[in-house]
Design a protein around this ligand. Structure first.
Ligand code: PMP
Length: 363
């Protein structure tokens, strides 16, 4: 079945597919945003229409995630990777320790960046098992811990936490690759952050949701762009923010609200992921999932085939059927199907069909 606008099934890990209706709205407003006579890209970030775009985006995000009143929402630049630095810069002062749970590549990058600024402690490292699982033991709180950082979904390995961990240290979570894919209890976290380019919008903006308590503890004397307090006091408008990216994120939030919120998104995502995991599990070992079953991601489905040649052949056949972006990251190999919120269920069904058919012909 062909897709609207002759689009492919885009399995890219990010930037990744966005809802067609959002892109159509953006297209229809690109030259003249709602009678203003100009497009959002051309509009002052201090104008009334942009101010309304920003406030509506925050209101819809608050509705989706149930963000409590004592939290701030910030739209910052430099992607999620800048948060790998801004967080330790702000909190690892006076001997405070940043604790890190490593369940994949991104958590590792986060702690490497933090170690430049202060004391860090790795409390779990899944490296020995090539990052295929999350910690099974409780992680005891540590006095003097500024925060305990983890990655809710490791994009490269396809390993995710099935729910909020029960740990008692102040929780900071990199939710870049599964934010808005399911409901979360924001009050369990001191800070959540995410690059936009998977579930929210275009690259170029990172979302930070931070408690007032955490905000108050951030270091003084940082350059204003790296100072959470300055960003919060200026409502993300200390300098020129990525206005276009914020606008698209706002359209995506509205679209999610209009399509039943995060519980409905979770249902769709679980159905989509099940199509692919069933194809893996019923393949008699032709496909091998990377993650252990209890830590399987609903966003990035990772699996390997028997050889590099078979993998290449599989990806080539998928491309000939208009399925794009399936090559796994080199550290895991094989195939990675990224199926974020906006990825259509029919695309998962099409890939599962190909997986069964390909195994039957090559097994
Ligand atoms: N964290 C996770 C979980 C990611 O998947 C990524 C990007 N793929 C990043 C952080 C880095 O994001 P950015 O490119 O926005 O800096």
């Amino acid at each position: 079945m062909s897709q609207p606008h002759d689009r492919v099934y885009n399995f890219s890990a990010g930037p990744s597919t966005l809802p067609v209706s959002v892109l159509e709205t953006a297209q229809s407003e690109i030259l003249n945003y709602r009678g203003t006579g100009m497009g959002v890209m051309e509009m002052s970030h201090r104008s009334a229409p942009f101010e309304a775009i920003l406030q509506e985006a925050k209101a819809n995000l608050t509705k989706l995630l149930g963000i409590p009143e004592n939290y701030k929402i910030l739209f910052l630049q430099g992607g999620a990777s800048t948060q790998f630095a801004m967080l330790p810069m702000s909190y690892l002062h006076n001997g405070a320790v940043g604790r890190y749970v490593l369940t994949g590549t991104w958590g590792k990058k986060a702690v490497e960046s933090a170690a430049i600024y202060g004391s860090t402690e790795v409390v779990f490292d899944g490296k020995a098992a090539n990052y295929n699982d999350i910690p099974s033991e409780n992680i005891e709180a540590r006095p003097g811990a500024a925060y305990l950082h983890f990655t809710s979904n490791e994009t490269i390995q396809g390993v995710r936490f099935p729910g909020e961990p029960k740990w008692q240290d102040p929780l900071v979570c990199d939710m870049s690759s599964d934010i808005l894919s399911r409901p979360v209890d924001v009050s369990r976290y001191q800070m959540i952050y995410a690059g936009a380019q998977k579930n929210m919008g275009p690259a170029g903006v990172a979302l930070v949701i931070m408690s007032d308590e955490m905000l108050a503890k951030s270091a003084d004397g940082l350059a204003p762009m790296f100072d959470y307090k300055v960003q919060a006091e200026n409502d993300s408008l200390y300098n020129t923010p990525p206005t276009w990216a914020i606008y698209i994120c706002g359209l995506v939030y509205k679209h999610l609200v209009d399509t039943g919120g995060l519980a409905a998104a979770q249902d769709r995502n679980e159905r989509k992921a099940k199509l692919l995991y069933d194809a893996i599990d019923h393949s008699h070992g032709f496909y091998k999932g990377h993650a252990v079953k209890s830590a399987r991601s609903t966003m990035n489905v990772t699996f390997t085939l028997g050889s590099d040649d078979l993998t290449k052949k599989f990806i080539k056949e998928a491309e000939s059927q208009r399925m794009d972006g399936l090559k796994g990251h080199r550290s895991v190999g094989g195939v990675r199907a990224s199926i974020y919120n906006a990825f259509p269920e029919e695309g998962c069904a099409a890939l599962a069909d190909l997986m069964r058919d390909f195994a039957a012909r090559n097994g």
